[in-house]
Design a protein. Structure first.
Length: 169
């Protein structure tokens, strides 16, 4: 019984020592902050999407966030020092991609004011296609346009009269 208690106590000390060592080797915490502004009005851009990733793997996001109502953002990063990339996007605006470096000596990374411009996409052209209705109902009459019916090219007059509403053949 005494040996089991001693073994359990030794196991608890070893486990707590390993957990303490893991906590000490965790990546330090940094703060990334800045303000996202509209380039024309210089007002804050609310609810813009923020994606932070390593520079060598920009598709894999380390952190996602949004700007506040005034366009400000302040995010805690628990990462290793190195090269990172931030992507800021908003509907109807040009996406901003900016590189930044996390240094062990600097705990606060201030990106300052970032200006976001309007996205100006010009369409080549549009084509509006409409079809006239076959049956037009007015207050005092009903019109049936036989010229616009595609069956009028192949059907006989008798077959076409059967398609006219309120007409019995």
């Amino acid at each position: 019984m005494r040996n089991k208690l001693l073994l359990l106590l030794l196991l608890m000390f070893m486990t707590s020592g390993m957990m303490y060592a893991q906590q000490r080797t965790a990546a330090p915490s940094y703060t990334l902050k800045g303000v996202l502004l509209d380039s024309l009005t210089q007002e804050g851009e609310p609810y813009a999407t923020i994606k932070i990733a390593k520079k060598n793997a920009p598709q894999k996001a380390l952190k996602m966030a949004v700007t506040d109502l005034n366009g400000k953002f302040q995010e805690k990063l628990t990462v290793a020092p190195g090269e990172y990339i931030i992507t800021l996007s908003s509907v109807g605006k040009v996406t901003i991609v900016k590189d930044f470096t996390v240094k062990a000596s600097e705990k606060v990374i201030d990106l300052g004011k970032l200006n976001m411009a309007e996205a100006t996409n010009e369409l080549k052209g549009i084509e509006v296609v409409a079809q006239k209705p076959l049956v037009k109902v007015d207050v005092d009459k009903i019109e049936y346009n036989i010229e616009d019916d595609p069956d009028s090219k192949t059907n006989t007059v008798m077959e076409m009269l059967r398609k006219v509403p309120l007409v019995t053949v």
